[in-house]
Design a protein around this ligand. Sequence first.
Ligand code: F6R
Length: 610
Amino acid sequence: MCGIVGAVAERNVVEILLEGLQRLEYRGYDSAGVALLTRDGELTRMRRTGKVKELADAISTEEALGSTGIAHTRWATHGGVTEANAHPHFSSDRIAVVHNGIIENYETLRADLTEKGYTFTSDTDTETIAHTINEAMKTTDSLLTAVQESVKTFHGAYGTVIMDKADPSRVVVARSGSPLVIGLGLGENFIASDQLALLPVTRRFIFLEEGDVAEITRRKVSIFDKDGNAVTREIIESNVEHDAGDKGGYRHYMLKEIHEQPVVVRNALQHRLTDTGLAADVFGKGADAIFENVKHVQIVACGTSYHAGMTARYWLEQYANVSCNVEIASEFRYRKSVVYPNSLLITISQSGETADTLAALRLAKELGYMASLTICNVPGSSLVRESDLAYMTRAGAEIGVASTKAFTTQLTAFLMLTLALGKQNGMSDEDASSIVSALHSLPAKLEETLAITQGIEDLAEEFADKNHSLFLGRGDQYPIAMEGALKLKEISYIHAEAYASGELKHGPLALIDDEMPVIVVAPNNELLEKLKSNVEEVRARGGIMYVFADKKAPFSGDSTMRVISVPTCEAPIAPIVYTIPLQLLSYYVALIKGTDVDQPRNLAKSVTVE
Ligand code: F6R
C-alpha cells in the first residue's frame, strides 16, 4: 500500500527519498513521485507510473536538487494509475502534499473548492488536501496552523506530509488512521510511513499518535495532539536490522523468509519458553493477572493472520478449555456482536496497521471486553500502542507480500497462549508437558521439513498448468489448508479453495476431475482414518491427489496419488510444520509461472485502508 518519505536537511535529500521509496516497494504500489524544494524556494516535481526505478532514472537525468522534499509510492484507490494521479499533488504550484489513506468526504470538499475557484488536475481524494490547505493559508502565515485547521474538515484516514514553497525550512505532517514515524537525525529530520524507509539515515524514531500534527525543521520537531496541545512523544531507539531489505542470497524475499522460519521461531521462544512451561508475563506486563479471569477469547484478524486465529481456536478449546470465537475484522467491525463475560479480545497482525483490524480493536473497547491483547510483528505499530497487552512475534521485517514467517510465529505465540490460559483453566499436566516438549522441538522440526524442497519442486512442475485446485484438511489442519490455498492464489494466481474434508460430499465433490488437483494435508493424528475415507471419495471420482502425509502414515502413492512425506512431529505443532510444504509449493508454482512472487499483482503488504 502507499508509502511516504520526507526529509528536511542541509544536504540534497533526493537520494535519501529515493532509497526510502525503494525500501517501501515491498508494500505494493503502482506509481511513484517526489517533490523537492531548494533553500531558494524552487519547487520541482517528478512522477512516474510503474517502479521506483523508473522515477529514479528520470530524476538522475534531470539533476534534481532539494534540501527539503517529500516522496510517495501510490497504490491507486481514487483515480486510475496515471502520472496525473501520482503524488505529490500541488495546489497553485505552492503547496505540495503526499498522502496515505482515504479522505472519505472528498467529493463534498472537491465541490466546495471548485466553487472557490480551484482547478483539479487529478481524480484523487488527495488533491483536496492540497487545495484545502492552500485555502487555509489565506488567513494565516503558518503552515502548521493551516494544516491544524484543515484536518478538522477531513473525514477518513490520513497520514500526510505537506510542504510550502514559501517556506523551505519545514514540513508539516498529520496522522489520523495511517501511520507516520518521525526519524531524528543530526541537524536533519525525516518522516516516513514505515521506519524501514529511514533506517539508512537514523535509528531514533518518534511514532506519531492518532490526531497528532507535527512541524519538522532541520533542528526541531514540535508535536501537537488532536486538541492542539504541545505534547512530547517518546523517542524509540530501533533495533530493526538495517539490512532487513536484503535478499541474503535468495532469489526472492519470500524464499528467504520461508527459510528464516526455524531461526525466527527459535527467537520467538527464547526467554519465553522454559524447560517446564512459560516465563512470567510472556504476553505483556500484567498479562498473567488478567489471564486469571479470562473465560472466553474473541479473535479478530484479516487474511493469513485470520488463519492463525482459526488454528488457535482448535488449540484453545482442545487444550486450554477456553471457549473461542474467531472473526474476520471487516465483518466484526460492522455487525452487532454479543460480548461474553470475561472475554479477552485478541487481534493478530503482521503489520499492526491493518485498517479493519485496528477499527475492530477500537470498536471492542466500546463494547466492554475485559482487556485487549495484540499478537503483532511490528513494534510501535498502531495495534501495539492501542492494545492493553502486546506480544511481539519477533519474525523480523517481512518484505514478501505473501505472509510466511509472520504466520508461523503467530502460531507459535498461540501455542504459548494456550499454555498460559490453560494453566488458569484446568489444562491437564499431560497436555501442558506435551505442548512444552513440542514447542522445544519446533525449530529443529521446521529445519527438517524445509529439507523436503526437492520433492515439492517436482510437484510444482505438474501443478503449474492447472487453473483450479482444492485444498483439504481436518481439525486444526483445516485452517492450514485455507492458508495453503490463500498462498497459492496470491502468488501463482491459480484459483484455490480450501474445504474441511468432511464437507466434500456436501458439494465440492462435484468439481473433481483430473484437471482439478486436490492437495491433502494428512498428519498422523486421530482424524487420519476419516481423512483416508475422504481421499477414497476423491480417488473414486477420478481426482488427482497430492498428499502431504506423515512419514509413518500408511499412504502409498500410485498414478492418481502422489505422497510427499513430511517429518513426524508431535501433534500440537503439526499445523506449523505442515504450513512449510504448502508455502514451498506456492513458491515453486509461482516461480514456474513467472509471476512477481514478492509483489503479486493487485496486492499490498500493509492494508491501511478499508
Ligand atoms: C497473505 C497476507 C494477507 C495479510 C492480511 C493481514 O499472505 O499477507 O492476507 O495476512 O492483509 O495483514 P496483517 O497481518 O498485517 O494485519
